[in-house]
Ligand binder design. Sequence first.
Ligand SMILES: *[C@@H]1O[C@H](CO)[C@@H](O)[C@H](O)[C@H]1NC(C)=O
Ligand SMILES: *[C@@H]1O[C@H](CO)[C@@H](O)[C@H](O)[C@H]1NC(C)=O
Ligand SMILES: *[C@@H]1O[C@H](CO)[C@@H](O)[C@H](O)[C@H]1NC(C)=O
Ligand SMILES: *[C@@H]1O[C@H](CO)[C@@H](O)[C@H](O)[C@H]1NC(C)=O
Ligand SMILES: *[C@@H]1O[C@H](CO)[C@@H](O)[C@H](O)[C@H]1NC(C)=O
Ligand SMILES: *[C@@H]1O[C@H](CO)[C@@H](O)[C@H](O)[C@H]1NC(C)=O
Ligand SMILES: *[C@@H]1O[C@H](CO)[C@@H](O)[C@H](O)[C@H]1NC(C)=O
Length: 552
Amino acid sequence: MSFPQFTLLLYTIIHAVTFLKFSLGADTLFPDQKIVNGQTLISQNQMFEMGFFYPGTSIKGFLGIWYKSTPDVVVWVANRNNPITDSQGVLLLIARNGTLVISRGGGIIWSSNSSWPASSPILQLLDTGNLVVVDKANNTSYIWQSFDYPSDTRLPGMKMVDNPATGEEKYLTSWRSPDDPSPGDFIYKIENHGLAEVVILRGEMKRYRTGPWNGIYMSGTPPRTPSFFKTNGVFKKDILISILEPYNSSNIERVTIDQSGFFQRYRMSERGDKWNIVLTIPRDPCDYYAQCGPYGVCSIERVPICECLKGFSPGGQGDWDWSGGCTRIRPLNCENGDGFLEVKGVKFPDMLKFWLNTSMSLGECRGECLKNCNCTAYANPYLTGGGSGCLMWFGDLIDIREIHGVDRQIIYIRVPVSELANTDISCLWSFLVLLDLLGYACNYKTEETSPLYISAWLWVSSDLIEPGMAIMERKQGYGANGCMYERYKFAEKRPVMSSVLFMLANEEAILPEPKEPGFFTETSSSSNEEDHISTSEESKKGSMTISDLEAR
Ligand SMILES: *[C@@H]1O[C@H](CO)[C@@H](O)[C@H](O)[C@H]1NC(C)=O
Ligand SMILES: *[C@@H]1O[C@H](CO)[C@@H](O)[C@H](O)[C@H]1NC(C)=O
Ligand SMILES: *[C@@H]1O[C@H](CO)[C@@H](O)[C@H](O)[C@H]1NC(C)=O
Ligand SMILES: *[C@@H]1O[C@H](CO)[C@@H](O)[C@H](O)[C@H]1NC(C)=O
Ligand SMILES: *[C@@H]1O[C@H](CO)[C@@H](O)[C@H](O)[C@H]1NC(C)=O
Ligand SMILES: *[C@@H]1O[C@H](CO)[C@@H](O)[C@H](O)[C@H]1NC(C)=O
Ligand SMILES: *[C@@H]1O[C@H](CO)[C@@H](O)[C@H](O)[C@H]1NC(C)=O
């Protein structure tokens, strides 16, 4: 063997030995050991690696954890706010009391915050990517773990937390730039203001929100079929305490909030050497917070994507300026009668000012909303139990978008009754039900000109169904849409279909002078026993009307 060859061999051996010192099965660091620049811990399954790194073109150093097969994907950074500016002599060690320390020349650059002192601590990089300090003498729980201090990445097994009771909060914060892991502008977190949701924030400003939890899913993100991934949420009294994805060794995924404010879900390729994006949020323009302004509704299926709710018109200058959202065409008329527009299949507006009662029915909710002139909308907050609870909004309704497959999410938006009359919301359907002689009258006040009013008046007093004809049953109750209905069952004399259609089609037809309904005589067809019941005050004054029914 020639001298150069020998030198090369020697060099290779020395290099290999140095290299092997930490990378051969070394997932653990003991108190008498240290990690210097270039040395790493590697998790037992060879998935994760921990050591010092220099992101991109940065000359600043950080202690981090990355995937061994894709080293530029860093999942955790220890000293985000305390970069190493001079890598000479920098080292990581675990102190005898269990504290992790990055130091240089005797000075401490960064240290961990252990919950209690350990007697025999070790540092270990787990197969999940969690870097933990355990006490060998008492390893019942971790003294410290990197999973408690998320950077911009959530790994399976890592919790996001928002616990108002304890003040505990864990969320993701973007890097400032690809070269700079210090905390950037964007945050991805659980928010428990009102109903729980998950949001992307830029500073204090919302950039995206999932929409409130409806008891089954976040209202703006209906579950897909087949479901891509499992995320477990822990709720305590409707407060979303934590979100966790279970670790699954056969499905390597990670989620991050990137420098530009995008939430990204990545899945590792089968060969384990690259990452594919499986989900990006915001997904489309309608996902951007308040895209269409107050009272605007966003739908990606039309151009322009913004539209005003019925009864509202664009407030902005041109068709394309939606920053101002929409304003009411006609003012509310709280004293003399407002109604509600039923809007289905939308992500509920942001809960800027709201009132929530989890036990009230939709009918009670409607009543409460009508009583308070500042209430702009109400809904069942929960889909569970066929719809439950009462959520009322006050002030502007912001960030509404249409979503496929959430038809059960219905919000009732306050508008003057005159706006409701313009949409004939279901009117025919009401009459078809009437034909079955199951009459419904929504018991709210209306303007006398509305065709609904006319129809109702006809119904109670005209020749089609005469006062005094046999009513077998009269009941009051709340319908699924929150309307208070009066329900009548007649014994005979059904209205003729052609007459009903004529009424609907000819709103301005000259109508026979209605007779004052006064008292109805209820006659039981079987016993002929007579009884007298009074109609409601509204109908006596001629202001009873029929409203939309729940079905369409
Ligand atoms: C643990 O040891 C480190 C290094 O000696 C020291 O800086 C730190 O204050 C100690 N922490 C506690 C809680 O004693
Ligand atoms: C360390 O822990 C103490 C007590 O739990 C806490 O008050 C302090 O803010 C923590 N420091 C850091 C940097 O997390
Ligand atoms: C934890 O303690 C148990 C029982 O003493 C032992 O079997 C196990 O190996 C320990 N784990 C670690 C990581 O030290
Ligand atoms: C182990 O540590 C936990 C947490 O500090 C403590 O509650 C428990 O008493 C310890 N067990 C022993 C045997 O020291
Ligand atoms: C783990 O992921 C694989 C592949 O996606 C899936 O088939 C399996 O059901 C998952 N296991 C668990 C426990 O979720
Ligand atoms: C919610 O509504 C129910 C039924 O109306 C009522 O008994 C309860 O006091 C309300 N709770 C709150 C917190 O307002
Ligand atoms: C409605 O809002 C106004 C202005 O914010 C406030 O002064 C008033 O008290 C509110 N009314 C009710 C019934 O909440």
